[in-house]
Design a binder for this molecule. Sequence first.
Ligand code: AMP
Length: 313
Amino acid sequence: MQYICKKNKMTNLIVGTVAFDAIETPYGKTDKIIGGAATYISLAASFFTDKLNLVSVVGGDFPESAIKMLENHNVDTKGLQIKEDEKTFFWSGKYHNNMNSRDTVETQLNVLETFDPIVPKEFSSSDFLMLGNLVPSVQQKVLDQMSQRPKLIVLDTMNFWMDNCLDDLLEALKNVDVLTINDEEAQQLSGENNLISAAKKIKTMGPKYLVIKKGEHGALLFGENKMFYSPAMPLENVFDPTGAGDSFAGGFIGYLSKSNNLTFENMKTAVIYGSVMASFCVEKFGTERLTEITQEDVKRRAEEFVSLSNFKL
Ligand code: AMP
C-alpha cells in the first residue's frame, strides 16, 4: 500500500451537516461539541487531499474557531452559509453498552429547516462529490447545481431520512454512483434482512456501488458483481463511535480522488483507508482524534490493516 501525500489535482465538494453534538457513551458524556457529517468527512479527507470545498450551513452560535479549524485542514469554507440569527443543527445521541448501537436523544434541525444550498460557481465543476448525511432534497439541489457531472458521486444517508422523506431520498439515489449506509439502514431501505439480497435490491435503485458499514464488524463493498470485505481495526479502547461512518466516507472519497482511479480494485483500497480513518475517529470523543493525528499515523495504521488480514494459503 502506497504512502499517501496530500498533493492532488482533483477537487472535492463535500456537502453535509456542520453541527453541535452532545454525546453520551459508557465512557462519559459531552456538552455541545463540534460535530456534523461534513465536519468528519472533511477532516478525514484532508489526510489525502488539499482540495476540499464545503457546502453547508451553521447559525450565528457556531464558533469562528471551529471554522478556522476546518480551514486549517485544507477546507475552503466559501460555501458555508452563516445564518446569524439562527441556531446551528443540533444532534444528541446515547450509546448502548456494546457501543454498536445508539439512540438519538434529540435532533434539532434549526438552520437545516430552511437550508437552501448555494454551490459557489468555482465549486460547481468539482471532480468528486460527497453528499454527506443531510436532507435528501438538499442533496438533490446540490446535484442540480453542478455545472458538469462529477467523476464520482457518493451519497451517505441515515434512517432519519428514510423515515421522514423516503421519496426524496429515492429520487436522489437515482443519480449516485456509490451509496454508503450502515447494515440496519440497508435492511430498512431494501426491506431485505440478508445483506447480499439488500445490496442487490439497492443497486436497482441507482447506485452502481454500495458500501455497507457494519460498525466494529467492518465494511462490505459491492459492485461489478464482486464483493470485498474490510475488517474494522480491533481496538482496545473505543470511546465514541460518533462520526465513524462519516470519517469512513472521508477516507474513502479522499483516497479515490487522490488516486483518481475508480476501478473496483482501487475501491477496495479506498474501503481500507475509510476503515483506517474510522478507527482513529472512535478513539476519542467527537473530532478530537482526527485533529491530532498525523499522516505518519495514517500510514502506520494502513500498514497494520495489511498485516491484520494478510495470510498465505
Ligand atoms: P455517524 O456517527 O457517522 O452516523 O455521524 C454522526 C454525525 O451525524 C453527528 O456529528 C451528527 O451531527 C450528524 N447527524 C446526526 N443526525 C443527523 C441527521 N438527521 N442528518 C444529518 N446529520 C446528522
